[in-house]
Each structure stands twice: as C-alpha cells, then as structure tokens.
Design a protein around this ligand. Structure first.
Ligand SMILES: Cc1ncc(COP(=O)(O)O)c(C=O)c1O
Length: 404
C-alpha cells in the first residue's frame, strides 16, 4: 500500500512516475542528433565513437559476415544457454586477452553484454566483497565509468590523469594517489587506447603501477575495450598482463564490440583472478548470481559470431588482418594530423580512436558552425571518424581555428 500518492491521474490511481526529476541529457548523444540534423553535405562527425573506413562507413567485418552465415546455417536451437552465456566464447577470448597467463587456473571468465556489462558486474562484485572499497578514477575518463561504479554504490576518488596543456599523462600525480590509497581500494585502468585522451601508459609506467598496486594491496580493475586498435593485439594487453604477474587479484572487463565491430550486438567478457582457484570459483558463482538479477543471461548472437570466427582458423586469420587494417588506418590518420602542425604533433604518439584537440568549447562551437565538424565540447575527437577525402579539410579547419 502506498501511504501518500503525490498526484492522482485521470484514472484515480497514483502518478508516481510523473514525480521523477529532469535528467541531464547525454552530451554525446545530443551531439549525434545535432550532426544528423545538419543538412550540409560536407559535414564531418568525429563525435561518435565507432570505427569508420576510408569512405566513411562502419562496415561489418568480413570475418563477422562470414561467421554469421555459418552460424545461420549451423545453429539448431535458440534454447537457453545459462548465466555464463557462451562458455566456448570465453574460452577462445582467454588466450587473446591473457597471453602467457591463459593457463592460470586462478583466472576465470564469462560472457557479458559488452564491456559495459562486464564493468557493471565487476563493480557489483567488488561492492559485495568490500562495500567500503573506493574506486580511484583518473580523469578525464570514459563518461560511463563513474555512473557504472556509482550504480554499485561504490565511492569514487578522482585524480588528474592527463594534463591537457602539457599533453602528457600526470604520472607523478597518479603514483602519489596510488601510493596513498588504502588496501582494498580499486584502481580503474584503461588497458589500452585511453578514451578520451589516447594517452596510454608506456611499459615502464605499467611496471611502476603494477609494483605499487601489489605493494599497497590495491585491486586493479582493467577496462580493455579496444584491444588491437592501439599497438597490436598482444601489445595492447601487455600492461594488463604485467598486473597479472604481480597481483593475486585482478578484474578485467573486456569488449569485442570495437575490435570485432559488433557494437550493437553487445559482446564482452569479465575475467577474474584471485589467489586460489577455489576462491575464483566462488567469485564466479557470485558473479553469475549478480548477473541473474540484472540480465539473467547475456544475449547470444554476437558472442556466438565471435566464437564462430575464433573456432575457424581461416576466419581468425582474416579477423586479425582486419584488426591490423583498422589499426593501420587509425595510425595513418594520426600521423597525417601530427605532421600538419607542431601543435598537433602529440597526436602521432597517442593510441586508439580518440585524442583531445587543443581547442576550448568556444572554438569547438566555431568549428561546428563554420566547418560542419562535430566533436565533443572537450575537444575529444574520433581520429577515424572521417573519410579519407575529409582528412585535409578537417586538419585545415583545426589549424585555422587554433590560429584564431
Ligand atoms: C573505455 C571504454 N570502456 C568500455 C566501453 C564499453 O563498450 P561496450 O560497447 O562493449 O559496452 C567503451 C565504449 O565506448 C569504452 O570506450
């Protein structure tokens, strides 16, 4: 029984949903709507976070298309799979993600609805084990990190990760924060291709982070959503694997949505390492129980497609070649932008789909109005958001705006 319905509707019942407050609109979604509504044919949308090829499409990968065909021919049932989703999918992702640690029986993984689902499950597991854990988040970061951690009722501690003026990682500050953290605090790290800055830790920095994390008893939680799009499939997981060398407990949220181009199919996995195989089994039981209350089971199609690619040698080789092609395009455009002006040179030394341009919100607005180029107010842009023919025009517009 409701004690005090705040409003009464025409049917005489309580109108509780009408009491909900306004929410701030997602600025990136608003930007996409703005770009879609712009009638100028030459418009460039570098706000949206998807891969685009030389002619501006977000194609279905060849290997994915071929696997979908095979799956359509071979799949005989769509009966329930269970809370862990497609177990073979997780088994096949395992060596790609874990490398030399793939045989470690203290590490287990399961399929999730995309990287978001993995992050969400991971944070909820942490909250169950240690509700007092704080999550150390370097800023800026992907806008969904904080809301997902907060949805698990975890406290957030922000620190500055990237110095926009100096165009470098504020590594000393990061290490000071990690060095002062409490045992059991969670360190959220981008495995590669930092979103939004493109500024990745180098090998030496990963080693320093791994050492401090282990010394202080912190729990590293690595979000790896762009494996293969930075330096290479193996190279992009190398930092995370250093953590596995030195920490008994590591949580990893992995996404296939970018490197298989299956964004809307929601494909990802959560991997967990603890100190003992028995503890890992227990943690996974909790994870499955948490997932049961959220989505019960992950959607099948995308993971089944990825599994079909990875089960097939020829398709796997083609997928790897396609990842190489995507990465080559990203790095080619990075080099072109970096070579255009010394003020943009740093973009050539960054990784993945995103970087931040040295422009303020006012300049971003001018670029949008004058040149029909759409990017986030922060100056974050998708390096491969434009077709090849648009690259020179994009660079000229940025340089003109920086010149004032
Ligand atoms: C850093 C980062 N983590 C996780 C995700 C989530 O990816 P998914 O679409 O698989 O949920 C994204 C997506 O943009 C991302 O940029």
């Amino acid at each position: 029984m409701l004690d005090q319905p705040t409003m009464t509707g025409p049917g005489g019942g309580p109108q509780l949903l009408e009491t909900l407050g306004e929410i701030e609109s997602d600025s990136l979604l608003a930007l996409i709507a703005l770009a879609n509504a712009d009638p100028r044919a030459e418009k460039i949308d570098v706000g949206v976070g998807v891969y685009r090829d030389g002619i501006g499409r977000t194609p279905i990968l060849r290997a994915v298309k071929a696997a979908e065909k095979l799956l359509w021919e071979r799949q005989e049932t769509k009966s329930y799979l269970g809370g862990q989703g497609d177990k073979k999918f997780a088994e096949l992702i395992r060596p790609i993600l874990l490398g030399r640690h793939a045989g470690d029986e203290r590490i287990a993984g399961l399929q999730t609805p995309g990287g978001c689902g993995a992050l969400s499950l991971g944070f909820k597991l942490i909250a169950e084990a240690n509700p007092r854990a704080r999550v150390l988040v370097g800023t800026p970061t992907w806008p969904n990190h904080v809301p997902v951690a907060q949805a698990a009722n975890l406290e957030i501690v922000r620190y500055g990760y990237y110095d926009r003026d100096e165009r470098r990682i504020r590594f000393d500050e990061m290490m000071t924060v990690l060095g002062g953290a409490r045992a059991g605090d969670v360190v959220l790290l981008h495995g590669c291709c930092h979103n939004p800055t493109g500024a990745d830790l180098d090998a030496g920095q990963w080693a320093d982070v791994a050492r401090t994390v282990a010394q202080r008893g912190l729990l590293p939680f690595v979000d790896i959503a762009y494996q293969g799009l930075g330096r290479g499939l193996d190279e992009d997981a190398a930092g995370m694997q250093l953590l596995l060398d030195s920490s008994d407990e590591v949580i990893m949220a992995q996404s296939c949505d970018k490197n298989f181009g299956v964004y809307r199919d929601r494909v990802g996995s959560l991997f967990i390492k603890t100190a003992r195989a028995s503890a890992t089994r227990l943690a996974m039981d909790h994870v499955v129980q948490i997932a049961r209350a959220m989505w019960s089971m992950p959607p099948d199609h995308g993971a089944a497609v990825v599994r079909t690619v990875l089960e097939n040698e020829a398709l796997t080789a083609d997928w790897r070649a396609e990842v190489d092609e995507m990465r080559a395009r990203i790095n080619r455009i990075r080099s072109a932008i970096a070579a255009a002006d010394p003020r943009l040179a740093y973009i050539g030394g960054q990784f993945g789909m995103f970087s931040m341009l040295p422009v303020d919100a006012d300049q971003v607005r001018r670029i949008r109005e004058k040149h029909a180029i759409y990017m986030a107010d922060s100056g974050r842009f998708n390096v491969i958001g434009m077709a090849d023919e648009a690259v020179d025009r994009f660079i000229a517009a940025i340089v003109e705006t920086m010149d004032g």
